[in-house]
Design a protein around this ligand. Structure first.
Ligand code: FE
Ligand code: FE
Ligand code: MG
Length: 167
């Protein structure tokens, strides 16, 4: 850990590390939910949706790396076990038990909405207190907002196809 880098933080660092670990745990759950969903998916537009799910999986993993690096910089320890991910994450893990496209999209949209809330909260907590974490959270938040919109627009296409595609 960098001592001066830690000193300039204007908030309780242990609390900050807890918040970061919540985001970190959520990223791993999101990664696996996307990654496995992309393999199992069935139904109309499945190739287009699977490609998006796979891309999002890699982006969630990149978020996990960014957050882990920040936790380590601050002298913290990233959640050590997969059991810990479920315990610490504020976002639910929705198992892709039903592989139908619309179900997977809805589950992952809910996941993105939870991620958006998580990073918004991290930004609120670090604003004017920890610029480095704030800036990281902003970059990730931008991508989570993009993810939500990607999935909602695929969901809309699927609905259009269902209502008009037969004609
Ligand atoms: Fe993410
Ligand atoms: Fe995301
Ligand atoms: Mg995308």
């Amino acid at each position: 850990m960098g001592t001066r880098g830690r000193e300039i933080i204007g908030m309780n660092v242990d609390h900050l590390i807890d918040l970061l670990n919540q985001a970190y745990a959520s990223e791993w759950l999101a990664y696996y939910q996307y990654w496995l969903g992309a393999k199992l998916i069935k139904g109309p537009m499945k190739d287009a949706v699977a490609a998006e799910l796979t891309l999002h999986a890699t982006e969630e993993l990149a978020h996990a790396m960014l957050v882990a690096n920040r936790i380590l910089q601050l002298g913290g320890t990233p959640v050590l076990t997969p059991e810990g991910w479920a315990k610490v994450s504020p976002c639910a893990y929705d198992a892709p038990a039903d592989p139908y496209v619309a179900v997977l999209l809805d589950q992952n949209i809910a996941g993105e909405q939870c991620a958006i809330t998580t990073y918004k909260n991290l930004m609120d907590a670090t604003k004017d207190k920890d610029m480095v974490t704030y800036n990281m959270a902003l970059g990730i938040l931008e991508q989570e907002i993009e993810h939500e919109e990607d999935l909602q627009s695929l969901r809309e296409d699927l609905d259009l196809m269902a209502s008009r595609g037969a004609n």
